[in-house]
Design a protein around this ligand. Structure first.
Ligand SMILES: [Zn+2]
Ligand SMILES: [Zn+2]
Length: 348
């Protein structure tokens, strides 16, 4: 089978690899859609995320969906031909964090596409059956692959305990920021403002109902948030850009007693934030680490109309493995403004 691997910074190659065998308890999935993600782009651009440094060659991709083609011994409740979305974190089930239900923080997690791990940008993928979630009939493969970024957005809202009617502000209009907007809407909250430098992404955000969209997270963003909240600030701010300025911007945009969820991954190692703004408002600031069993809920929410993602222009045209290199270059190019690029390994 064919597989896309990172062979150096900014270089992806497609190579032959053996088709994996599903071990007992695993299923073999024919991968039909893999969303490219900001974390793939970090690895492509600088070869690391913080101290997670990759060694080349490294397979890429962690947002797969596809169909079940074989079942390992002992697998029940799934059948061949079933369309499924795949949860990319394989957890141990035995460590302290797994035992208290915070499986996304598993001490022994093996996450697809992370340094040294197998990944999803290949024709077939073997995964533990518990990582495989059947998709509703109305959810297609591309939407199913968006279950992962939506799941991270859901994790953010779980952690800040979002309530109906609350006002949300979003920094960063990449795939995660846009999923946050779509999900806020579906959960009965309202996005009042979104900051994003790329015009095309701002248009998608508007189509999803993001309220006021502005180009930067400075003074204009703060004014937009205040205009949308009678000067009170946002109940919940979700930071999805990873920009060095964004933590301080998020703290300023939050209401008194508000909550800030950090999802974006910075490429710098230290951030600046005004502690007095944060302290006087008694803000709760929480970092979001991937997601904890949010995929089934997200797939259910996509059942009718796919949360409007496709209609809003969230998805770029689907390409094959041979298109991964160019796709990552497009995601890296501010001028291109690409949103979610989905790869179908069956296209070669
Ligand atoms: Zn992702
Ligand atoms: Zn564990």
């Amino acid at each position: 089978m064919l597989q896309a691997v990172l062979t150096a910074k900014r270089r992806v190659a497609v190579r032959e690899a053996p088709v994996p065998e599903p071990k007992p308890g695993e299923v073999l999935v024919e991968v039909r859609a893999v969303g490219l993600c900001g974390s793939d782009l970090h690895y492509w651009r600088i070869g690391r995320i913080g101290d997670q440094v990759i060694r080349f060659p490294q397979p890429l991709g962690h947002e797969p969906s596809g169909s079940v083609v074989a079942l390992g011994r002992g697998v029940r409740g799934l059948r061949e031909g079933q369309a499924v979305a795949v949860e990319p974190g394989i957890v141990c089930g035995r460590c302290r964090l797994c035992r208290i239900g915070r499986i996304n923080l598993c001490e022994n997690v093996r996450f697809l596409g992370a340094p040294g791990m197998p990944a999803a940008l290949q024709r077939y993928l073997a995964m533990p059956a518990e990582n495989v979630v059947p998709m509703p009939r109305s959810v297609d493969f591309a939407l199913g692959s968006a279950g992962e970024p939506l799941g991270v957005s859901m994790q953010a809202f779980d952690l800040v305990a979002l309530r109906r009617g609350e006002r949300v502000a979003v920094i960063g209009g990449g795939p995660i920021g846009l999923c946050v907007v779509a999900l806020a809407q579906a959960l009965g909250a309202q996005t009042v403002a979104l900051a994003e430098p790329r015009a095309k992404r701002r248009r998608v955000a508007s189509a999803l109902g993001a309220g006021r969209t502005v180009a930067d997270d400075g003074g204009t963003f703060l004014r937009a948030v205040n205009a949308g909240t009678r000067g009170e600030g946002a109940d919940v701010v979700v930071e999805c850009s990873g920009a060095p300025s964004s933590l301080d911007a998020a703290v300023r945009a939050a209401a008194r007693g508000g909550r800030v969820a950090i999802v974006g991954i910075p490429e710098v190692d230290l951030l600046r934030v005004d502690p007095h703004v944060w302290r006087r408002k008694e803000l709760m600031i929480v970092n979001v680490r991937r997601s904890n069993r949010t995929l089934p809920r997200c797939l259910r929410l996509m059942r009718e109309g796919g949360l409007g993602l496709r209609k809003a222009g969230f998805f770029e045209p689907v390409v094959g493995l041979a298109g991964v290199q160019e796709a990552l270059a497009r995601l890296d190019d501010d001028g291109a403004g690409a949103v979610k690029i989905v790869i179908d390994p069956a296209l070669g």
